[in-house]
Write a protein that binds this ligand. Structure first.
Ligand code: DQA
Length: 143
């Protein structure tokens, strides 16, 4: 199985953007670490990032047969009914990830349009959250 990690707006800036909140590691490092874990688990992993809501929706639709998605929709988590509907339409299992602990932040980050559809949610674990989500999806796919 090949799992896809989808990252939304501003996550291309991970590592340089607000490092106190998001840490010093970038998306490339997250990808390298996930590829290591994927190798260990005997699965595949690919990364996609876009700052555009429609591009993320296109990717979700194209992955309707995916064994699982890891979704960090960034700010779109808190606003996008369209991303929610795409995930609901495909029915693909997904784990929602947030690098920062959104529950320790502003009120507007406390609502996610995705969480109730998610198979699991990982917040506040830094970029390690992506690896943890990959382990979870691989375990679910194996059952
Ligand atoms: C984020 C949390 C969101 O609230 C924020 O808009 C982001 C990143 C996270 O990974 O912590 O862009 O999804």
């Amino acid at each position: 199985p090949v799992f896809t990690v989808l990252n939304g707006p501003n996550l291309n800036l991970l590592g340089t953007r607000e490092p106190d909140l998001y840490g010093a590691a970038g998306l490339t490092e997250a990808q390298t670490r996930c590829e290591q874990v994927a190798g260990e688990l005997g699965v595949g992993v690919e990364f996609f990032q876009s700052n555009h809501e429609g591009s993320l929706i296109d990717e979700i639709q194209q992955r309707a047969q995916s064994p699982g998605l890891i979704v960090n929709a960034g700010a779109l988590t808190h606003t996008s009914i369209g991303i929610r509907d795409a995930l609901a339409a495909t029915g693909v299992p997904f784990v929602e990830v947030h690098v920062s602990n959104v529950y320790a932040r502003e009120d507007f980050r406390q609502r996610s349009y995705l969480s109730d559809l998610a198979s699991g949610v990982i917040v506040g674990c830094g970029i390690q959250g992506y690896e943890l989500a990959l382990r979870r999806l691989a375990a679910l796919a194996a059952t």
